[in-house]
Ligand binder design. Structure first.
Ligand code: SF4
Length: 330
C-alpha cells in the first residue's frame, strides 16, 4: 500500500550570486538545497535537523512553493506541486500549511483574531456562515479562551501568539503541516507546552508533519523519523530510535554528541566540529562535509557519496559505508 503523502524527488534550489555580466546574468550560483530526495508517510512526524544556514527552511518553503525550486519534483498525494498553476496551487495550499518561527511577525497587528481567521477562511472559500463557532472551537483546541476572539495580537504573550499561529494553519483542516523552527523563538518553559500541543493536535486532527529545527533534543521528542541535513544535502535518514542508537554519519555523530545530558555525574565524549559551516556558494569537490570530517579519506575529496540503505530504512550518504570503492581509492 502506498503510504506516502509527500515525495520530494531530486529537488534543487539555487540562488544567483556574484557579479552581473553584461547581459544581466549573475556569475555564480549558491545551492541552498542540493538534489534532495525524501518521502514523508501519512500520519508521521518527520524531523528535519541541521545547523542554521544548512538549507532546511529553504527546503520547507520550496515544498509549498513559497519560493520556486530550481529543479526537481514535489508530489503531494500524487499531484506534482511543481507543475501547478497559481490557481491550482492556491487550492492545494489549503491542504499544506506552515507555521513560522516568529509568532510576533506572523500575525497582522491591525487585525483582531476574529478578522485574521475570517480572512483565512474567506480566502480558501470556507466561509459557510458559521465561522464564529469554528473559530471558537479552534481557540478551545489550542488552549485559548473564547474571549480571545476580539483581541489584537499585542494583547497576547509569545506562547499564546504561537498557539494562534498554529490555529491559523489548522483552521483549514490541512493534511500536511510544516513547523519551521516553531518553538525556537519561545522560552524553554513554553517550548514544551507548544510541542505537546502540536503532538496532541496532530493526533486529534490526523495531520502529517515536517518538523524543521536545529535542536536535536527537540526533534528526538517529536519525530517518528529524522532526516539530517548538511549544506543543502540530506546526509542521514532513519527512525528516531535507530538514528540515536546506531548513528552512522560523522556529522550526525557530532550533532548528537553536542546534546547536553541533564546529569552532572554522567559524561560523554564531545565531538567538536572544526571551522564554520562553509558557504553554500563555495565549490567543494566530493563530500561537502569533507573539510570538517575527522574520518575523511582520499575518496571523500574526489567523489560525492550517494545515499545508501545500510540497515532497513536507515539511509546514509558517506563513503565509510559504501563497499564498492577499491582499497587504493580509500
Ligand atoms: Fe566524512 Fe568521507 Fe563520510 Fe564525508 S564521505 S562524511 S568526508 S567519511
Amino acid at each position: 500500500m502506498n503510504n506516502e503523502i509527500l515525495t520530494i524527488d531530486n529537488l534543487t534550489k539555487s540562488f544567483p550570486t556574484g557579479k552581473r555580466t553584461l547581459f544581466g546574468k549573475m556569475t555564480n550560483k549558491l545551492k541552498a538545497v542540493n538534489e534532495v530526495s525524501l518521502t514523508i508517510n501519512k500520519g508521521e512526524v518527520l524531523g528535519l535537523v541541521g545547523e542554521s544556514g544548512c538549507g532546511k527552511s529553504t527546503l520547507g518553503r520550496c515544498i509549498l512553493r513559497l519560493i520556486e525550486p530550481t529543479s526537481g519534483n514535489i508530489y503531494f498525494n500524487d499531484t506534482n506541486v511543481t507543475k501547478l498553476s497559481s490557481h491550482e496551487l492556491k487550492k492545494i495550499r489549503k491542504n499544506m500549511q506552515i507555521i513560522f518561527q516568529n509568532p510576533y511577525s506572523s500575525l497582522n497587528p491591525r487585525l483582531t483574531i476574529n478578522d485574521t481567521m475570517m480572512e483565512v477562511l474567506k480566502v480558501h472559500h470556507m466561509n459557510s456562515g458559521d465561522e464564529v463557532s469554528t473559530i471558537c472551537r479552534f481557540l478551545d483546541l489550542v488552549g485559548l479562551p473564547q474571549d480571545a476572539i476580539y483581541r489584537f495580537p499585542y494583547e497576547f504573550s509569545g506562547g499564546q501568539l504561537q498557539r494562534l499561529a498554529i490555529m491559523r494553519a489548522l483552521i483549514l483542516n490541512p493534511e500536511f503541516l510544516i513547523a519551521d523552527e516553531a518553538v525556537s523563538a519561545l522560552d524553554v518553559s513554553i517550548q514544551a507546552q507548544i510541542l505537546n500541543l502540536l503532538l496532541d493536535l496532530k493526533e486529534k486532527l490526523s495531520i502529517t508533519m515536517l518538523f524543521i529545527t536545529h535542536d536535536l533534543s527537540v526533534v528526538e521528542y517529536v519525530s517518528n523519523r529524522i532526516a539530517v541535513m548538511y549544506l543543502g544535502n540530506i546526509v542521514e535518514i532513519a527512525d528516531t530510535e535507530a538514528l540515536f542508537n546506531n548513528t552512522l554519519h560523522p556529522y550526525t555523530k557530532a550533532l548528537i554528541s553536542a546534546i547536553p545530558i541533564p546529569n552532572p555525574s554522567l559524561s560523554k565524549e564531545r565531538i567538536i566540529l572544526e571551522g564554520d559551516l562553509p558557504s553554500p556558494a563555495m565549490h567543494i569537490q566530493g563530500c561537502r562535509f569533507s573539510n570538517r570530517c575527522k574520518e575523511q579519506m582520499k575518496i571523500c575529496h574526489k567523489i560525492s557519496p550517494k545515499m545508501i540503505e545500510v540497515e532497513h530504512q536507515h539511509f546514509v550518504s558517506c563513503h565509510l559505508y559504501d563497499t564498492k570503492y577499491s582499497e587504493e581509492l580509500i
